[in-house]
Design a binder for this molecule. Structure first.
Ligand SMILES: CNc1ncnc2c1ncn2[C@@H]1O[C@H](COP(=O)(O)OP(=O)(O)OP(=O)(O)O)[C@@H](O)[C@H]1O
Length: 157
């Protein structure tokens, strides 16, 4: 199964605003998501997280500023080639201003206004806990349409 990263830049502690990106191409296009992607061969998870963050919204961060927020496994029984693990990080410190790239159009949201209807259906099960500073571990099984959640287990630490 492939492994991916997902970075969630936030303002405030506890988080008051979150930077999400509208994915313009590829897997999950048309959805708001954090910034991340596949971990390449020979690359550490942290290095991949920073590379994808820079590629997708143009901001630079330090490994020490990534706060591990947990791991999720996404299972797509209808298309097992989509199955993947996600290593999630939040960050409050970075350099540069978010900018639109070929892959993502970034936008800030108040926590109360997170556009869950335009995100992966599973996000509202785990993102609120992460934004409260909790660490999560979980598994999501998607329905035949690869969109709806068939089964979900999330543990918080
Ligand atoms: C299914 N429910 C999901 N809920 C929340 N986040 C999800 C997700 N499924 C994938 N993600 C994240 O979406 C990013 C893009 O991944 P993905 O497009 O595969 O990576 P990458 O940009 O390297 O690929 P391409 O270059 O487009 O081929 C990556 O952060 C990944 O963790």
């Amino acid at each position: 199964m492939r492994s991916t990263t997902l970075c969630l830049p936030v303002q405030g502690n506890p988080a008051q605003k979150i930077l999400l990106g509208m994915k313009k191409t590829g897997f999950g296009h048309g959805k708001y998501n954090g910034f991340g992607g596949k971990i390449e061969d020979g690359e550490t998870t942290l290095a991949a997280a920073l590379r994808e963050l820079a590629e997708e919204c143009g901001i630079l961060a330090k490994e020490a500023d990534l706060r591990p927020a947990g791991e999720l496994t996404f299972i797509f029984p209808a298309n097992p080639e989509y199955d993947h693990d996600v290593h999630i990080y939040t960050l409050t410190d970075w350099q540069g201003e978010p900018k639109e790239t070929d892959e993502m159009k970034p936008a800030w949201f108040e926590i109360a206004d997170i556009p869950y209807n335009d995100m992966w259906a599973s996000d509202n099960y785990w993102l609120p806990a992460v934004l409260k500073g909790k660490k999560i571990k979980g598994r999501v099984i998607f329905a035949e349409n690869n969109e709806d959640v068939d089964d979900i287990t999330i543990r918080t630490e």
